[in-house]
Design a protein around this ligand. Structure first.
Ligand code: CP
Ligand code: NVA
Length: 317
């Protein structure tokens, strides 16, 4: 039976931003995932976003986030306005605070992907409608909502499970640390010493009671893990960072997720990757295209997970 998801009319003050997983209690994130699962199984009646418009701002490239948000909004009965920063006055110096105030007069929610987390924080500070983080240089919370949903569909509750992150301690890795803290799973990260996630984030997670283990040894990290995860060696904007792309390839060469590495994980381990992937770099083709890989379920779940986030942001539950 499908249920009507009631959204609060006229929005809320302060708006329900979705910026970082660490901003929420686990129960609130769980509510969003429940809404996601409900929409996925067709249990949400009608078009809860009818009459609502969502702006989607991209200051970096995207395939999945761009399409899944636009399609998700459409399927929920709303309308999406996709904005490339190239076409916006913000690319010519208009202040983020003015952009926030103007867009808040037109739309009901704003999703933004940006290179600099301070830009989305500024947007959220001045917006009177919910702002959703579609990836920054330090996080990718929508991805983690999809990743947790995907794990649980395949292997049941994630709390108490061991997840192994292999490679760069990048934005997605940092959201994994936040997710481990809020969803209660153990996270082992194997990264080169130079590409570890920020110690302050690890310290925060541990202070919250999370089990976060850091190592430089991929085999140690994946031992008995139910899920092995990796991501690109060179993230967007890293092409020009101090360590440089060639140096990253040298540092990360021992961190490819290979069939041999997967043999050290739990026998029923799944493989996740947020995509886009680079076969022969962070992952061997035999793994990402093999039976343990759930990467396309994971990509599909971006659509469902974000519907849950949107419904919550617009006042459901
Ligand atoms: N995983 C992800 O966010 O993909 P896009 O960069 O294609 O949006
Ligand atoms: N770490 C990658 C994720 C892409 C979805 C990047 O930031 O480029």
């Amino acid at each position: 039976m499908s249920a009507v998801v009631a959204l609060k009319s006229g929005g809320e003050s302060p708006p329900r931003h979705f910026l970082e997983l660490m901003d929420f209690e686990g129960a609130t994130l769980r509510r969003m995932l429940d809404l996601a699962a409900q929409t996925k199984r067709g249990a949400v009646a009608g078009k809860p976003l009818a009459g609502k418009t969502v702006a989607l701002i991209f200051e970096k490239p995207s395939t999945r986030t761009r399409v899944s948000f636009e399609v998700g909004v459409t399927q929920l009965g709303g309308h999406a306005v996709v904005l490339s920063s190239r076409d916006m006055q913000s690319s010519r110096g208009e202040e983020m605070s003015d952009t926030a105030k103007v867009l808040s007069r037109y739309v009901d929610a704003i999703m933004m992907r940006t290179h600099d987390v301070n830009r989305i924080r500024e947007l959220a500070r001045h917006a009177t409608v919910p702002v959703i983080n579609g990836l920054t240089d330090i996080s990718h919370p929508c991805q983690l909502m999809a990743d947790v949903l995907t794990f649980e569909e395949h292997r049941g509750p994630i709390a108490g499970q061991v997840v192994a992150w292999i490679g760069d301690g990048n934005n997605v890795a940092q959201s994994f640390i936040q997710a481990a803290t809020r969803f209660g799973f153990t996270l082992r990260l194997a990264t080169p010493a130079a590409l570890r996630p920020p110690q302050a984030l690890v310290d925060w997670a541990r202070s919250q009671g999370a089990t976060i283990e850091l190592t430089e040894d991929p085999v140690e990290a994946v031992r008995d893990a139910r899920c092995v995860v990796t991501d690109a060696w060179v993230s967007m904007n890293d092409e020009t960072d101090d360590s440089g792309a060639p140096n990253r390839h040298n540092l990360l060469a021992p961190y490819q997720v290979t069939p041999e590495l997967m043999r050290h994980a739990a026998a029923d381990a799944i493989f996740q990757h947020c995509l886009p992937a680079h076969r022969g770099e962070e992952v061997a083709a035999e793994v990402i295209d093999g039976p343990q890989s759930v990467v396309f379920d994971e990509a599909e779940n971006r659509l469902h997970a974000q519907k849950g986030v949107l419904l919550w942001a617009l006042g459901a539950g």
